[in-house]
Ligand binder design. Structure first.
Ligand code: GLA
Length: 368
C-alpha cells in the first residue's frame, strides 16, 4: 500500500513508472560496540522502512527528491562530487559515487525517497536509505561498508520474527527465532548529544590502543575479539585505566552475545533479559556511552509489569533503549514508560511496540 502511494506520487512528479525498493532500520538486542572489534552482534530489522522509487532517465542526470524535504537535487553523472555536504541526499548520491568507483557507472535516474525510520534516533535511518538506494541502483548487489557492518548487514538480511547473530569477522550469521510471547519495545529518549560522533571515534581508537598493547603478550591477536577475559585480566596493570575499561566492555560483551544466543534459542527470555541489563551497566560504566536520559529510561522500566530486560541500543549518547516485554503487557508497558519518563525528564518520548521484521526487498511492480 505504502509503495503504491509512493508510486503514485512518483508518477505525478516524474511522469514515469518507477520500481520501488525498501530497506528497514534496525534495533540491536545485544553486542554493542563489538562490530568494529571483529566481534559478535545480535540485531534485528524493524518494521520502519525507507523506500526508494526509481526510474531511468535518458539524460546523464541523477535527480533526487524526498517526501520529507521540499528541495529537488540534480547532479551531473559525469561530474559527481567526491565528498558529501552533510545532507540527507549524500546517502543516495554516495551509492552512485561508490558504484562508479568500483567500476559500475550508473545510468541517469530519477529517485523519490520516503523515510519512516526516525532520523537521529539510533535506529539506522542512514543504513536504511543507503541499502534501499543500493538496491535501487544495483539491484541485488550487496554493497559492503567498511564501518558499521552491523547496520547495513541486518538491514539487508534481517528476517521477520528473528534476531540475527552475526560474526563480524567471518560474516557468518545465524537467524534465531524471538519467542512469540515477547515484543520489542523501543523507547526513544528524544535526545541526541552533539559529541556523539567524536566520542564514537575516540572509543574505537581506545580499543585499537588496547589491542596494540596486548599484542606484546598475544602477538597473534588482531582485534579484541581474539582476547579472552582471563588474558585481559592478566594485564590490567599494563593498560591505561580507560583503555582497560573499554577492553573489558568489549570482551565481556562478546561473551554476552554468545551466551545470549543460546538462551534465546532455548526460548529463555528471562536469562536473555538479564544479559541485556548487564550490557547496559557495562556500556554505562565501562564504555561510558550512555547518558542521563538513557539511564532513566532503563531504570524506570525495572518496576513495570512484563519487563524481561532492556538496555540502551546503538552507538549511545542518546537515542533509544530496547526492551523485551511480555506480549500481553506490551501496550501497558509503553503507556507507563511514557508517563514516567515524561515525569522524570519533562520530555515526551516516542515509544514503538515492534516485532523483528524482514530485511530489504524489491517491491513487486511498485504495488506491494
Ligand atoms: C553505530 C554504528 C554500528 C555500531 C554501533 C555500536 O550504530 O553504526 O556499526 O558500531 O554504533 O554498536
Amino acid at each position: 500500500m505504502k509503495s503504491a502511494e509512493l508510486t503514485h506520487h512518483f508518477k505525478h512528479l516524474f511522469g514515469s513508472q518507477p520500481r520501488v525498493f525498501s530497506a528497514p532500520g534496525r534495533v540491536n538486542l545485544l553486542g554493542e560496540h563489538t562490530d568494529y572489534n571483529d566481534g559478535f552482534v545480535m540485531p534485528c530489522a524493524i518494521g520502519f522502512s525507507t523506500r526508494v522509487a526509481i526510474s531511468p532517465r535518458p539524460d546523464r542526470k541523477l535527480v533526487i527528491r524526498s517526501e520529507e524535504f521540499s528541495e529537488q537535487l540534480e547532479f551531473d553523472l559525469e561530474n559527481l562530487p567526491s565528498r558529501g555536504k552533510g545532507v540527507w541526499s549524500d546517502y543516495v548520491l554516495g551509492i552512485a559515487v561508490m558504484l562508479g568507483e568500483i567500476g559500475h557507472p550508473t545510468p541517469g535516474a530519477s529517485l523519490l525517497v520516503r523515510g519512516e525510520v526516525p532520523i537521529g534516533a539510533g535506529l539506522s535511518s542512514s543504513a536504511a536509505i543507503e541499502v534501499a538506494s543500493a538496491l535501487a541502483r544495483a539491484e541485488n548487489v550487496f554493497i559492503g561498508a567498511r564501518v558499521g557492518i552491523m547496520d547495513q548487514f541486518v538491514s539487508c538480511l534481517g528476517k521477520a520474527g528473528h534476531a540475527l547473530l552475526l560474526d563480524c569477522r567471518s560474516l557468518e550469521f545465524k537467524l534465531i527465532p524471538i519467542p512469540e510471547n515477547v515484543r520489542l519495545v523501543i523507547c526513544n529518549t528524544m535526545v541526541k548529544h552533539d559529541h556523539a560522533s567524536g566520542a564514537y571515534n575516540r572509543r574505537r581508537e581506545e580499543c585499537d590502543e588496547g589491542v596494540k598493547i596486548l599484542t606484546r603478550w598475544y602477538p597473534k591477536a588482531r582485534a579484541l575479539r581474539d582476547i579472552s577475559l582471563a588474558q585481559l585480566e592478566q594485564h590490567t596493570a599494563e593498560l591505561p585505566p580507560t583503555v582497560y575499561k573499554r577492553c573489558l566492555h568489549v570482551v565481556t560483551e562478546n561473551q554476552r552475545v554468545l551466551e545470549g544466543a543460546k538462551h534465546l534459542t532455548e526460548g529463555d527470555v528471562c536469562k536473555f533479559g538479564t544479559l541485556m541489563r548487564e550490557s547496559h551497566t557495562s556500556l554505562r560504566d565501562l564504555f561510558e556511552v550512555s547518558c542521563r536520559e538513557l539511564d532513566i529510561m532503563v531504570e524506570i522500566a525495572e518496576s513495570v509489569e512484563g519487563y524481561c530486560g532492556g538496555r540502551m541500543t546503538g552507538g549511545g549518547f542518546g537515542g533509544c533503549t530496547v526492551n523485551l516485554v511480555k506480549t500481553a503487557d506490551a501496550s501497558r508497558f509503553a503507556a507507563q514508560i511514557s508517563e514516567r519518563y515524561q515525569a522524570a525528564t519533562g520530555i515526551k518520548p516516542d515509544i514503538y511496540v515492534c516485532s523483528a521484521a524482514n530485511g530489504a526487498s524489491a517491491d513487486l511492480n511498485g504495488q506491494a
